[in-house]
Design a protein around this ligand. Structure first.
Ligand code: ZN
Length: 535
């Protein structure tokens, strides 16, 4: 059988893997590509997926980087079924409609501009109508139930933690004599995450496609994260200012609600400090969470049994109208505002940043992954000014980065999960991670667990035969960037520092060995040459 990497290859977005057996062609995940204009162009060129011949999609979870291109596939002729878990299906309905709405708004804005230049209107990537057509194709199965979408293929969902309804997907393929088992990790949740259960244990696979978002680092523990959140609340409350939290509408917002519930139980949330959820999508998502309490972890279920609801308490408010949202900006008292998008690039959060980023005493609390190039990343990287709505806004608020709330396993947790596999011949493809993080994780896995690791490239094909290393077929027109700027630049900076240190040493003690000094200089030269060849 063959696998083709349509996205999430050396990057974190666009998850989609097309599988071809002798008789069938299907795909796991259908994520939107997000990032710069060149990467987003991939969302328009979906002919390379050949949507008409994809028999079915299996979706790991509702995040847009795993599901956001489904309506585009339907628009371009995909006719099959879409298999997923019941909570994911419900979440997909609100998320894809929201995504379609964003696409329509963007097209409207572009069309207006084009008409001024005498050009034609622009079509959206997909419309709300395309999204609705997608919903008819959804078919759900609960965790741990085997189903067979066609002859010779068996699929099972396992609880992945991460977000409500998220799953690992185990796929068994029979082709004549050959029997291949693939496991797709989707996104692996962080053990001890609020609300959802810990990731299930999987023991066998011939091939594992594993996410590597936090392949190069670990998270702080939950208690520290809660303390940091309490610190931000205290800081801004005393100054009479607001705490602004950019958060993804699904899961992270509900975890933040849960965290504030815990703080209020502890007496660490002042009684006159309201919490506002200012995102229509987050409000609808919270309703879906309340519907699927049977998927919650034991701690949450015990609270519910005792008549407590961590997703609903007196200080919590949901804004409904735009007017209510705007009123938050003029409200002159301390409050917590949780709003989307999680990376502060779109949505109502931008307004809240414009009104609070420049205010000393405010806090901006980042509780999720901030991808390169986003407003959120620029703020945590220490920008002094941020451009918002064509205006440079000074950064005077206190910036908190709390990574302990992550819905992704950190490096140690990935290794621990991986430690449960008993298939020594298993081959691992690292996907869904930035290349520099993947390179670190690759080394650690090879050293500690001895598995062979492959880091596939965008649009790469690989032939899979159990027990053997995949045969990698290079794609003729590789669109992925050939070099990893971050890695090379970081390597050069540390190289130059070493060279400087060594130079001083050699000046003091000229009799020392000079070979490693020369080698380091040559390494920096190599990185520089690689960069030059790319520009
Ligand atoms: Zn995810």
């Amino acid at each position: 059988m063959k696998i083709k990497f349509m996205g999430a290859a050396r990057t974190v977005t666009g998850s989609c893997f097309i599988l071809e057996t002798g008789n069938h062609r299907f795909a796991v995940d259908c994520g939107m590509h997000q990032g710069n204009a060149e990467i987003e162009k991939r969302n328009w060129d979906v002919d390379i997926y050949d949507p008409e011949t994809i028999e079915f999609f299996v979706i790991t979870h509702a995040h847009i980087d795993h599901s956001g291109l489904l309506p585009r596939m339907v628009q371009k002729g995909f006719k099959g079924r879409i298999y997923t878990t019941p909570p994911t299906a419900d979440l997909l309905k609100i998320m894809l409609l929201d995504s379609a709405h964003i696409q329509e708004m963007e097209a409207q804005w572009k069309s207006k501009k084009r008409r001024r230049h005498g050009d034609n209107n622009t079509d959206p990537l997909y419309s709300q109508r395309d999204a609705e057509k997608t919903f008819d194709k959804l078919e759900t199965f609960d965790y741990d139930n085997v189903f067979a979408p066609c002859n010779g293929i068996k699929i099972i969902f396992r609880d992945a933690g991460h977000i409500l309804g998220a799953s690992f997907i185990e796929i068994e393929v029979e082709e004549g004599e050959n029997h291949t088992k693939l496991v797709f990790s989707g996104d692996i949740g962080r053990p001890a995450q609020l609300i959802v259960k810990d990731p299930s244990i999987v023991k066998s696979a011939d091939y594992l496609l594993m996410e590597s978002t936090y392949g190069n680092r670990n998270h702080k523990n939950e208690e520290d994260s809660l303390n940091e959140l309490a610190e931000a609340v205290k800081y801004s409350y005393e100054k009479g200012e607001k705490v602004i939290i950019p958060a993804f509408a699904v899961e992270r917002t509900q975890e933040m609600i849960y965290s504030f519930y815990l703080l209020s139980k502890d007496g660490r949330l002042p009684k006159d400090m309201p919490i506002f959820i200012d995102s229509p999508l987050a409000t609808r998502a919270t309703e879906i969470f309340r519907k699927y309490t049977s998927y919650f972890d034991d701690t949450s279920k015990e609270l519910l049994d005792a008549g407590e609801n961590p997703l609903s308490f007196p200080q919590l408010h949901f804004t409904k109208t735009t007017q209510e949202s705007m009123a938050l900006n003029t409200m002159e008292k301390p409050a917590v505002i949780i709003s989307a998008s999680g990376m502060a690039d779109a949505g109502r959060i931008k307004h809240h940043l414009r009104h609070n980023l420049w205010r000393e005493g405010s806090s901006i609390v980042f509780v999720g992954f901030q991808a390169q190039g986003t407003t959120g990343r620029r703020i945590i990287d220490g920008a002094k000014r941020i451009r918002l709505f064509n205006e440079d806004v000074a950064v005077k608020a206190k910036i908190y980065t709390i990574n302990g709330f992550s819905a992704h396993a950190g490096q140690n947790q990935i290794l621990e999960w991986l430690g449960h596999f008993e298939s020594r011949q298993m081959k691992i493809f690292l996907v869904h991670g930035e290349y520099s993080a993947q390179q670190v994780l690759e080394k650690v896995i090879e050293e500690k667990l001895g598995y062979e690791v492959i880091i596939p490239e965008y649009l790469e094909d690989a032939i899979l035969e159990p027990g053997r290393l995949p045969k990698r077929v290079e794609h003729p027109e590789k669109a992925a960037p050939k070099i990893d700027w971050n890695y090379l630049l970081a390597d050069m900076v540390s190289g130059l520092e070493e060279i400087k240190k060594r130079k001083t040493q050699l000046e003091e003690k000229p009799w020392l060995e000079q070979t490693d000094f020369r080698d380091r200089i040559l390494e920096v030269k190599r990185s520089l040459t690689e960069i030059i060849s790319e520009i």
